[in-house]
Each structure stands twice: as structure tokens, then as C-alpha cells.
Design a protein around this ligand. Structure first.
Ligand SMILES: C[S@@+](CC[C@H](N)C(=O)[O-])C[C@H]1O[C@@H](n2cnc3c(N)ncnc32)[C@H](O)[C@@H]1O
Ligand code: SF4
Ligand code: SF4
Length: 394
């Protein structure tokens, strides 16, 4: 049997293919300095790729959609529009993470849908940790993230979290999230996580997706982030990526220019007073272009090279805006990422011959040779300002 033969051992007729089991090897997570070196090599490769577009860069992080199903009904998302069946089961996901670890992936982002509606989510994450994937991240709406669940995912090895908050108050958040009371539950989960930072070294980020109906709240989101003491990431509404393709969502991405300009001015004002927990000015400069209000900042898509997408039913490859054409149930991951089809597509995506989604625009901006230096200079300035303010307080 060649390695690309669909797995059929022990299968009954008409049963769908399953991800082939691979040996589960316990590896020690790589030390921080080796992770930084690996990241440095990756960024250097993306710079070299500008000169040599055929250079193949293997992804080092995986975006794992444990499920496409959800416990909320956000107006900006289609996850809940239908019940997705035939998703990878626990043993299949364990084989996926074993394959990723064998390929030296250093990061796994667990997401969905809502990953935590799977009771086996923590076991899959723990399996990734045992396999040696060092950075484990979770995106969640926080609805089921009570103290027990926090213990469970921390024990499994998650060390960074994105918690989605779509507005600074119950009215605005719940209207987008489709459930009364969601704001209170999610902010409570966020605060519980923040309280754990004293005991465990975890990074927590509040993810605010900018949409037509909440753009005006940007200044209030800056206030909320600083009041809670949590880093704020401004995610940008889109209708081009997997899970967000829908006419109603397209309407939500049409942000009014005057509203956005005024909201960004209010946000920047707060940032000038105190940049703590707020996005870098470089990120803020990108936002009007994303919503078509000025020309976009034209940078290659490093995000498409950084990550391998594995969706809940096993389709693997592509990027946020372009669907995968291969499936881990029929092709091992090593073969997918070295296939000519994958390599050709990645070359196209890097030069943004794509539907333009803006996903993780921050990573694209931060990894440019011409933006890296001003960005580091800005964050040093911010840090100096913070230290001066702290000195002033003490
Ligand atoms: C699809 S959710 C999956 C994780 C989890 N269910 C949650 O809500 O955080 C991932 C992120 O996508 C964001 N999102 C939802 N609709 C979006 C849209 N139309 N464009 C861009 N991001 C969107 C959510 O706010 C969330 O931060
Ligand atoms: S954005 Fe997250 S919480 Fe909302 S419906 Fe989509 S997957 Fe669920
Ligand atoms: S910007 Fe383009 S290449 Fe990058 S993830 Fe989005 S659709 Fe893919």
C-alpha cells in the first residue's frame, strides 16, 4: 500500500474513510529559544520568498476546527445554520495531531464552531501536548468555560486564549451573539481566566470583530479592555472566509465610513493617552483599507504560509478564504503539504491572488521587513511610556 492509499483496513463497505492511525510518540516540548529560532527562520523564508516565489515554506502552525457546530447563533457567522455531521472523531483528531507533531509543527490553534461543545476537546488537546506541540491555543466564545472547564483545558496544556466579545455591553454583544445573557457569561469566563494568570503563565486576548453594527463601539471596547486588564485584538468582519459566506453577513461587513473614522479617532485618542492592552498603531492603520474606505496596505499573505487548516470533516489545506481540496482522511498530512497542488496554491496565496479576507492581518503586517523595524520601535516607545507612568504612580 502506498502512503496515499485511502485507509481501508477493517472498514465495512460504505463506511466513510477514516484518518489513518499513526504512532503516538511522547516528545518533550521544544524550549523557548528553539521556538524563537524556528519562528525567525520562518519569517526569513517569507522574505526570501519575495525574491524566489517558488520557495516552498512548510507551515509551522495548524488551525484545527474541532467542530463546525456551535452553542451560539451569531449573526456574523453561519456555523449554526446547519448541523454538520461526519466530523473527525477523537481518535482521528489524535492521529491528526500526531502527524503534525511528527512534522515539527510548533503551534496548534483549536477552534470551530465552538470547540468546547466537544466533550473530548481537552483530551485531544492533551494528546497534542504529549506529542510535543508546544504552543496550544484555544478560540472560544467562553459560554461553557466555567472553573471546571478552565482547569480541564489548562491541565490539557492550553496556554493562550482568544475570547470573543462583540460589544462593550450586554445590549450590543448579545444582539450579535444571538443570545440574551451571553455578555455576562463570557465576561465572567474572561475574568476567571485573567484571575488564573497569577498562578499559570497564560496569555488571554479579547477578540472584537468589527462589523457594521458595532464599529461605533470601538472607543468603548478600548475602555473595556483597559478596565478588565486584557489585550484587545481587532478582528475584521469579512464575508469571504469559510463559515462567513452569506448575504446577511456581506451586509454586516459594509461598515459606514464616517462611523468608522469617528470610532477610530476616539480609539486613537484613548491609545495616545494610554496604549496599554490596545493594538499597535500599525494594526489600526490597516482597518479602513480592509473595509474599502482607502487603498489596502499591500503586503504578501504570510498567514497563508504560516498555517495549515484542518477542518472538522478532515479537509486540509487552502487558507481562510480558499477551501481545501484534499482530505486528511484520504491523504497523510506530509503528502498534502509536499504535493505540487498545495505548493502551487500556497505560492498563489502568498502573493494574494485570492479573495482577500484580512484574516490575521496583524501577522502579515508584523512580518514585513519594512514594518518590523518601526513596529519594534513603537512597542519600545509604548513600553517606555508604560514604565514612566508606573514610576509616576508609585
Ligand atoms: C468562528 S469563531 C470560532 C471560535 C468561537 N466560537 C468564538 O466565537 O470565539 C472565531 C472568530 O471569528 C469571529 N467572527 C465571527 N463572524 C465573523 C465574520 N463575519 N468575519 C470575521 N470574523 C468573524 C468571531 O467573533 C470569533 O472571534
Ligand atoms: S462566531 Fe463563534 S460563537 Fe458565534 S456562531 Fe460562529 S462559531 Fe459560534
Ligand atoms: S488574505 Fe488571501 S491568501 Fe491570505 S488567508 Fe485571506 S484569502 Fe487566504
Amino acid at each position: 500500500m502506498t502512503s496515499s492509499t485511502p485507509v481501508s483496513i477493517g472498514r465495512r463497505r460504505n463506511e466513510p474513510p477514516r484518518v489513518a492511525p499513526v504512532p503516538h510518540v511522547h516528545r518533550t516540548p521544544i524550549p523557548a529559544w528553539r521556538r524563537s529560532a524556528r519562528l525567525g527562520r520562518f519569517v526569513a523564508a517569507t522574505w526570501a520568498k519575495r525574491l524566489r516565489p517558488d520557495l516552498h515554506i512548510r507551515p509551522i502552525a495548524a488551525e484545527l476546527f474541532l467542530t463546525d457546530n456551535c452553542n451560539l447563533k451569531c449573526i456574523s457567522c453561519t456555523c449554526w445554520h446547519e448541523n454538520t455531521l461526519g466530523e473527525l472523531d477523537e481518535s482521528e483528531w489524535c492521529s491528526v495531531v500526531d502527524q503534525l507533531a511528527a512534522l515539527d509543527f510548533m503551534k496548534a490553534n483549536f477552534t470551530g464552531g465552538e470547540a468546547l461543545i466537544r466533550r473530548d476537546a481537552a483530551r485531544i488537546i492533551a494528546h497534542a501536548r504529549e506529542a510535543g506541540i508546544s504552543d496550544l491555543h484555544l478560540n472560544t466564545n467562553g459560554i461553557v468555560l466555567d472553573d471546571d472547564r478552565i482547569d480541564e483545558v489548562l491541565e490539557a496544556g492550553v496556554r493562550s486564549f482568544n475570547i470573543s466579545i462583540d460589544g462593550p455591553d450586554p445590549e450590543s454583544h448579545d444582539a450579535i451573539r444571538g443570545r440574551d445573557g451571553a455578555f455576562e457569561i463570557t465576561v465572567d469566563a474572561l475574568e476567571r481566566l485573567l484571575a488564573r494568570q497569577h498562578k499559570t503563565d497564560i496569555a488571554v486576548r479579547m477578540n472584537f470583530t468589527v462589523l457594521r453594527t458595532n464599529a461605533e463601539h470601538l472607543p468603548a471596547m478600548a475602555d473595556l479592555a483597559q478596565r478588565l486588564g486584557v489585550d484587545l485584538y481587532l478582528n475584521l468582519g469579512t464575508d469571504t472566509t469559510f463559515l462567513f459566506r452569506d448575504q446577511g453577513i456581506s451586509d454586516l461587513t459594509k461598515v459606514d465610513g464616517d462611523t468608522l473614522t469617528a470610532a477610530l479617532a476616539g480609539f486613537n485618542e484613548r491609545r495616545q493617552r494610554n496604549p496599554e492592552h490596545l493594538p499597535n498603531a500599525l494594526d489600526l492603520d490597516y482597518i479602513p483599507g480592509h473595509f474599502g474606505l482607502e487603498p489596502t496596505i499591500d503586503v504578501p499573505c504570510v498567514e497563508s504560509q504560516l498555517k495549515l487548516m484542518v477542518r472538522s470533516t478532515g479537509s486540509t489545506g487552502g487558507c481562510w478564504g480558499h477551501d481545501a481540496t484534499m482530505n486528511v482522511r484520504t491523504t497523510p498530512i506530509a503528502e498534502i503539504i509536499d504535493s505540487p497542488a498545495y505548493r502551487e496554491e500556497q505560492a498563489r496565496l502568498f502573493r494574494k491572488d485570492c479573495v482577500q479576507c484580512g484574516s490575521n492581518y496583524s501577522v502579515n503586517l508584523r512580518t514585513q521587513p519594512n514594518t518590523l523595524v518601526p513596529m519594534v520601535a513603537r512597542s519600545l516607545r509604548d513600553r517606555a511610556g508604560r514604565t514612566a507612568r508606573e514610576r509616576g504612580r508609585s
